[in-house]
Design a protein around this ligand. Structure first.
Ligand code: CP
Length: 318
């Protein structure tokens, strides 16, 4: 555990994992461990954030991130409010700046934003005095997903990730999940591999601290975990993947691939899954697959994030 008497969370906002020191990450994940137990109580509510206000400003679709932030806030007794593009004045042409200033005028403590533009969360963080959480911005970053993924892996690997290896498989080019996980797992001592067709590798990938593969059977050999990514058909321009069945034949994780990984290797997927395209049906439903553990981890991890941002100027107790 981090020494909570000497540790002080220094961040107004959570924009990406690259802003976090290892002590920040360990403190946040330790805090999530303490909050996790609340989620299995008969009465899943504590008064920790009573009187605090959290706005869920989701301009892009979401099931897991939005719902788990909403539950996380409510279970800590914060008041949570949702605003999406549909039903908001963004649809009447109001700018992101004017919408954000309007929300700030109602004195929220934290705004969680998801937006299709990389940099949208950083823009709000510069503009507004309240805490901003990046719930996913374009292809750039998804820090809360990476943190909850590490929380899930801690339940299997323990606190020390050094010596572990993890393969990120699939549509790396369009994936904010891949970018945030690559940074965080590398910082925590994990040897990260990536595997994708050449057209789904991002520019500059040769500078990432990863091993790059194009053959899944080689990539998966002896790894301790595989993180499958959703093929982001909505972000792709024509021509990157002319044949989905050929993609599935080469890059869909199946039992025959997992057999080449380390014994007890686990499978992660941020969801939503395209079964049969990036992950085989039997793997998605296998005990080795942590997908639903990741969803549960999302509530505890986001409770910790809301707590740290909403209480950063107060010496509250958990
Ligand atoms: N993993 C993830 O961000 O899922 P949602 O798009 O459902 O929030």
């Amino acid at each position: 555990m981090t020494d909570t008497h000497h540790y002080h969370w220094p961040h107004k906002d959570l924009l990406d994992v690259t802003q976090l020191a290892p002590a920040d990450v360990h403190h946040l994940l330790d805090l999530a461990e303490t909050f996790r137990e609340i989620n299995s109580r008969p009465v899943k509510k504590v008064p920790t954030l009573k009187g605090k206000t959290v706005v869920l400003f989701f301009v892009e679709n979401s099931t897991r991130t939005k719902t788990s932030f909403d539950m996380a806030g409510k279970r800590l007794s914060a008041d949570t409010f949702s605003l999406g593009k549909a039903g908001s004045s963004l649809n009447k042409g109001e700018s992101l700046k004017d919408t954000a200033l309007t929300l700030q005028a109602m004195s929220p403590d934290v705004i969680v934003i998801r937006h299709s533009s990389s940099g949208a969360a950083a823009y709000l963080a510069d503009l507004l005095p309240c805490g901003i959480v990046n719930g996913g911005d374009g292809w750039h970053a998804h820090p809360t997903q990476a943190l909850l993924d590490s929380f899930s892996l801690r339940q299997v690997w323990g606190r020390d990730f050094s010596g572990k290896s993890l393969l990120i498989l699939g549509d790396i080019a369009h994936s904010r999940v891949a970018r945030s996980n690559m940074h965080l797992l590398h910082a925590l001592g994990v040897r990260v591999r990536i595997c994708a067709p050449r057209t789904l590798l991002p520019a500059g990938v040769e500078h990432w601290p990863v091993e790059i593969f194009s053959d899944l059977r080689q990539a998966v050999r002896d790894v301790d975990a595989v993180m499958c990514l959703r093929l982001q058909l909505e972000r792709q321009q024509a021509g990157l993947l002319p044949d989905l069945s050929e993609y599935a034949r080469r890059f869909c994780l199946g039992a025959e691939h997992l057999a080449l990984a380390a014994p007890e290797a686990r499978v992660l997927h941020p969801g939503p899954m395209n079964r049969g395209l990036e992950i085989a049906n039997d793997i998605a439903d296998a005990p080795a697959c942590l997908v639903l553990d990741q969803v549960s981890a999302g509530v505890a991890t986001r409770m910790a994030i809301l707590y740290l941002l909403a209480m950063r100027n107060e010496g509250g107790t958990v």
